[in-house]
Design a protein around this ligand. Sequence first.
Ligand SMILES: C[S@@+](CC[C@H](N)C(=O)[O-])C[C@H]1O[C@@H](n2cnc3c(N)ncnc32)[C@H](O)[C@@H]1O
Length: 290
Amino acid sequence: MRVDDVPPGRGREVPGPGPGPVTGAGLFAALCAARARSAESRRADRLFEDRIAQVAAEKVGGPPRPGERTAPMSELVALRTRFFDDELRAASGQCRQVVLLGAGLDSRAFRLDWPQGTEVYELDRGDVLRFKRGVVARAGQEPRCTRVEVAADLRGDWPGALRAAGFNPWRPTAWAAEGLLPLLSRSENDQMLSGITAMSAAGGRLVADHFDGALREALERTAMTEVLRAVGASWNSTLEAPQEWLAPHGWAFGLTDPRELARRSGREISGVFGPRAQGAGHLWLLSAVR
Ligand SMILES: C[S@@+](CC[C@H](N)C(=O)[O-])C[C@H]1O[C@@H](n2cnc3c(N)ncnc32)[C@H](O)[C@@H]1O
């Protein structure tokens, strides 16, 4: 299956690393991110190197080719990945617990140099984590921290699952929600933020991304949305004002402009995310502290 060209109604199957297909829109979204990272990993001036993404991308036809319709999203994912890498590296000085919410095929547990004693909790649905296990084994990667898988639905009792897996809410924690918030509804995001806040000791960090309604409208007309729709996924919320979402929960935050990130990295960013997109709205890259 090619990610760039899934015909509508084509179903939701992704061939698994073991016998039988793995199904699900969430996994497909995670594979799209991995595919973009795989392309970035091949560049001479790469912003990171992700072996797990390279193995995962083989499942969906290899990395994107130049000029593919989903190119703007791939450019953004590469920049966003480096942004999350840098934020989590910085947070790890103080936070020895890291929770990757909707971890998908995130390879940071294997890729970043974590300080000794760091525990990285990867929370996602059981089928996604199972699929990832096969990819990790095939990539021959070993974690560079204590890595803990937590199979849970973020719309259910995920805090209970996290604590049962050994998470200690009294220790400072860095939380990451990358590519996740737009897939959840506004009320699901609110509930998740309440859960994060309730388990965040002083000095906790949160890194996340989302977009506003104007950008969503622009995205609705892109190939990326078409591709996601074809596998049953959709954008389920927008975030108009990060201040109104985070401040009532006691989080101070900063915003990074992806176009500025592109400029600093010597990269182009095109389409709806690019500097020439008229009235295309906001993509929020949030780094918050409690
Ligand atoms: C776009 S992917 C991003 C994955 C990863 N954060 C990354 O950047 O590579 C979104 C992930 O969120 C997970 N996810 C979405 N809804 C979820 C839910 N209700 N509970 C648990 N995980 C969920 C999906 O399974 C998928 O792995």
